[in-house]
Design a protein around this ligand. Sequence first.
Ligand code: MN
Length: 130
Amino acid sequence: MNNRLLIIEDNEQNLYLMRFLLERSGFTIIGAEDGRKGIEIALSCDPLAILLDIQLPAMDGYAVAAELKKHPELDKVPIIAVTSYAMVGDREQILAAGATGYIEKPINPETFVAEIMHYLPKDRQTAGEK
Ligand code: MN
């Protein structure tokens, strides 16, 4: 069963922590360090969901989300924004750009996996099991 999650994140430490927590729960993680690569991988790896940093080099998360949404084959793939932006309006802006949900950094290792699962398709919310 597909348990691949794509993480688009330019910060190595953030990627490492998210990868660690999610792999420990049985997910397979594919990392991309910028938006362009992330979009390319999203179109080829059939991810269960896409975790998207907002502050990215060259192409920010808003632009990445908008681009991902242009592809009908990704229609049912949730985009979960993971960002330290916490100002009023940012949440609305990333949701308007196409994100399904929003998780704030710094991530809480105790609740992170449960928060991600909340956005997965119903039949995968117990996921992680192989
Ligand atoms: Mn970043």
